[in-house]
Write a protein that binds this ligand. Structure first.
Ligand code: AMP
Length: 210
């Protein structure tokens, strides 16, 4: 699924993966796990993520190749969240997934100004990555209603990093809309509205394609 960060993409991908019983594969979650575990990848990725930049294509393609080779990704398909983010990644993905080609790409469409206001209120569970919107009335410490983990603001949700990510989305990721559109794989779904309404649009879009 494509979409600006803050479009509600992560939450909707998790819901879709539960609904269609397929793995949710989020490269952002994988990188954050590597940062938490202090692996070499995590040490390298931390500064890049915090500044709102993109991790190199070769590294990302390596991570996704390994992940798609795991058993759970070979059964009924999967939902990719946050990958690909560049045309080079998309070209590599088609090669990696050649045996079970990527058949549908959703562009979750939310205008930049709306995303900006959602991102500044975004909070995330450190353990299960559930997303929340802060209202200012939450009790502190804030615990996740799914898993009881700590709900915190992401280190990369500073105004500078948010703007950099949105600029990079326009220059690096938006060209994917033409890339997938020209091969008939793109479906644009309106991401403005209540989360349940958007989820309904998404499931309908997937059902129509199956
Ligand atoms: P996300 O959770 O999808 O918003 O990703 C958080 C951060 O991880 C991004 O801002 C990038 O720094 C990095 N990242 C995640 N996926 C990718 C990708 N496919 N290519 C490059 N960087 C990525």
């Amino acid at each position: 699924m494509l979409g600006r960060q803050g479009a509600g993409k992560g939450t909707q991908c998790i819901r879709l993966s539960r609904h269609f019983v397929v793995p949710h594969i989020s490269t952002g979650d994988m990188l954050r796990a590597a940062v938490r575990e202090g692996t070499e990848l995590g040490k390298m990725a931390k500064a890049v993520i915090d500044s709102g930049s993109l991790v190199g294509d070769d590294i990302m393609v390596g991570i996704i190749t390994e992940r798609l080779d795991q058993d759970d990704a070979r059964v009924r398909g999967y939902i990719l969240d946050g990958f690909p983010r560049t045309v080079a990644q998309a070209v590599s993905l088609d090669a990696v997934a050649a045996k079970r080609p990527i058949d549908m790409v959703i562009d979750l469409d939310v205008p930049r100004d709306l995303v900006l206001s959602r991102l500044s209120a975004r909070r995330m569970c450190r353990d299960c990555a559930a997303n929340y919107q802060a209202t200012g009335n939450e009790s502190q410490p804030w615990t996740c209603e799914n898993c009881g983990g700590d709900v915190v603001q992401r280190d990369d949700d500073t105004p500078e990093a948010i703007n950099r990510r949105l600029d990079l989305y326009e220059s690096q990721t938006q060209p994917l809309i033409d890339f997938y559109g020209s091969t008939g794989r793109l479906v644009t779904v309106d991401g403005v509205g209540a989360p349940d309404e958007v989820f309904e649009r998404l499931t309908r879009a997937v059902e129509q394609r199956r």
